[in-house]
Ligand binder design. Sequence first.
Ligand SMILES: Nc1nc2c(ncn2[C@@H]2O[C@H](COP(=O)(O)OP(=O)(O)OP(=O)(O)O)[C@@H](O)[C@H]2O)c(=O)[nH]1
Ligand SMILES: [Mg+2]
Length: 192
Amino acid sequence: MNNMIKTAEYIISGTGLAHFPQDNKSEYLLLGRSNVGKSSLINYLTNRKNLARTSQNPGKTITLNFYLINDTYYLVDAPGYGYANRGKTTIATFEAMIETYLLGRPNLKKVLLLVDYKVGPTEDDRLMYEYLTHFDHEIVVVATKIDKLNQKETASAKKRFKEYFKQTKVILTSVNKKIGLENMLEQFEENV
Ligand SMILES: Nc1nc2c(ncn2[C@@H]2O[C@H](COP(=O)(O)OP(=O)(O)OP(=O)(O)O)[C@@H](O)[C@H]2O)c(=O)[nH]1
Ligand SMILES: [Mg+2]
């Protein structure tokens, strides 16, 4: 398979531009609600069980986490949004961090917006999507956990996503059923 991930290494976590890797490698940001499956997807793509930390309980960490892939590009795992129990200060910090990153990081090549196929796009997802369209970055929607839907739910999700995301590319994935690997890896350019 093309673009196969051979090496994956956690490099650094940080909240501001000064903390991020000081190189020119391409970066792909994974954004999405808490619990949508961002960290699980990184583990699936890299074929590693615990490279990115996953949990049933949304974490409180508010850093961007950089994973170096094949020594050529980074996958950047973001904290989840839409977690009601987070305090106002935490939410403000998250928003400032993401905005700084979106505006001030030329390394960023694409934003992958993860949306739960069963319940999405939620109000939070819609707000985030609208927000992202104000930047120049390419957006790809990644539908997650497609294994959880029956046939009828799949048909309705397909329609919902098509109607809302219109011409934006949508990639269907399931970590549990190992669906979407090839389509995901196609998104990442190895050459800087
Ligand atoms: N059924 C199913 N469950 C999944 C899938 N992907 C992830 N999960 C589960 O969803 C839960 C949350 O996954 P995480 O990867 O931790 O989600 P996250 O988006 O990183 O969450 P935060 O870091 O809190 O923002 C875990 O219990 C995973 O096992 C999937 O494809 N199918
Ligand atoms: Mg996570």
